[in-house]
Design a protein around this ligand. Sequence first.
Ligand code: B12
Length: 478
Amino acid sequence: MTPSHKLLLVDILLFSLIPTQLCKICAIDEEAQNPPNSEWIQGSCASHSPTSPADNPKKVGFQVTSQNCRQKISEESHSRLDPLLNTMINSEYTSRTQPANVLLSLRLAGIQSQDLSQQLFKQVRDNVATKEINLSSGQLALIILALGACYSPDEIFIYDNHLLGHLETKFQAEIENMGAHDGSPLTNYYQLSLDVLTLCLFGGSYSTTQVAEIFAPDNKNYYFGDHFFVDTGAMSVLALTCVKKSLMNGQTKAAKEDLKKIDSHLQSLVKKILSEKKENGLIGNTFSTGVAMQALLVSSDYYRESEWDCQQTLDTILKEISQGAFNIPTAAAQILPALMGKTYLDVNKDSPCVSGFGTFNVSIHTPKSVTPANSPSNISVRYSVKIDETYSTNITVPSGSVFLDVMEEAQKKNRTIFGFTMEQSSWGPYITSVQGLQANNNDRTYWELLSGGKSLSQGVSSYVVHNGENLEVCWSKY
Ligand code: B12
């Protein structure tokens, strides 16, 4: 997108809001239509085209019948979301799924702009056209969710290109890989959840019995050692909620058994998510809170109102937004829907995502820089690569540098010891190998980032390093 194009888009961005009070715990009122129904652990080396559900009977549509159970961001709070919109719209997208993440988020939040939608659609479509074969299952699922969200005409692209069939195949490949590699999927359970959610919402084929079996809450793929992955558990809650709804009217014994199991999984997963609630209201960490909020918004049958102070979570997130925490398009895209009281299950609700409640212009401001004044122009850090042995060096970089700058400096000094590779992902560059040692999903190995022995909650291109800091990349298992 050209800068002038972006400016034009910013000018014409419109919000349409769902009324009612801010952050009341609430469930999607399905009953009227359908009766009832990171924090990171320390690694081993840390010190520690149909157009509506009616047209496609297999599609699961979520009807919101009660507007009273939705959040409302008050008018005064609108401008507090500007940094999110700025990041989503004005960034250069460096990975194939960033445009899909952004398109899905803007559509769910009810932000309308023909031009912006068309630009994003074009990018998503081009990615599918040229790279579909190489997309992971979850990447394809996200693309389908974005294209199909809110009954956009783009939905036809899904059916014309048989994207659901491709997703079914990729989902089965994930399960086959689990059979061959001690229960490890090709990707991870966050992506398997995205797969099931998408197949469920868009009427794709999958076995509910298989889903009930693999998504049992004691499955190792929900955990990092004995630490629960909040993002993954939350995405599973969204997927299982959709599957549960699809089974509600099932009469067969098998359907009833699957429903019972899924209901019990939901109960347990929601409990685990709530147990990761922090004193300030975050659930897991800053970046898992968006999807955790979505999970809690659709699962209020499974907890008491007193168990989650949604208002506190929202206030903390708004504060974090003002401090520039969501400065990656994917981070911004993941948090926005929940702030608008929306979830990925709303992708298929029976009415367009946009309600005609009101419109206003959004003005975009660049978030304030967080670099402290009077910082020295150069800083020194200690950098180590840890495998069985530890290889360390001192590195000097300009103040304001990120972890990646340190790694690059170290690599210049000694490529054999500090050489590394990375690949672009929706969160930025992901470190895939150091010293030629390659991360591997089948073995559940990866390169963990640490500072002062603590696992970081940001990646190499986001984490700003500090003078005197002790940085490590550590060969770890999850
Ligand atoms: C699964 C997962 C992992 C797996 C990835 C391997 C696997 N088996 O797939 C493991 C456990 C190894 C992992 C590692 C890390 N992760 Co991680 N991960 C996730 C998770 C749960 C799902 C990612 C996914 O599949 N998305 C869906 C697909 C469709 O999108 P994708 O872009 O194609 O996905 C790829 C990338 O996301 C990449 N990836 C995974 N984590 C990270 C982190 C960063 C910073 C980057 C750049 C890429 C990346 O792996 C995915 C599969 O290839 C997300 C949760 C979330 N809310 O998104 C966290 C998440 C993205 N991870 C996070 C972090 C912080 C990390 C680490 C930096 C932790 C650390 N201290 O070392 C490392 C990455 C270090 C490195 N080598 O560069 C944060 C990122 C926050 C941020 N602001 O940057 C998230 C949001 C979790 C959280 N709530 O804090 N992660």
